[in-house]
Design a protein. Structure first.
Length: 79
């Protein structure tokens, strides 16, 4: 996203939307994993415009926060 796009979003008070490739890169998973999560109802909320999916940055942040481990890593004995 370039400076002009950022300025446009700012002027309109809009939030940045990520496409599915950007979301996959951010989460470090294949795009196919995002689609799989969507079929299971486990992916971040999306907006569909025709055949295109976009993900609001706030929704992605909330989804990531909701998937944070609260008990810390599992010990080798409990695996």
């Amino acid at each position: 996203m370039d400076a002009v796009d950022n300025l446009t979003l700012e002027l309109w008070g809009l939030e940045r939307l990520l496409n599915i490739n950007e979301l996959a890169a951010y989460l470090r998973v294949p795009v196919s994993t995002i689609y799989e999560w969507r079929t299971k109802g486990q992916a971040p909320l999306a907006h569909r415009y025709g055949k295109h999916l976009t993900f609001a940055a706030a929704d992605v942040r909330a989804w990531v926060a909701a998937h944070r481990e609260t008990d810390g890593p599992l010990s080798a004995a409990s695996r």
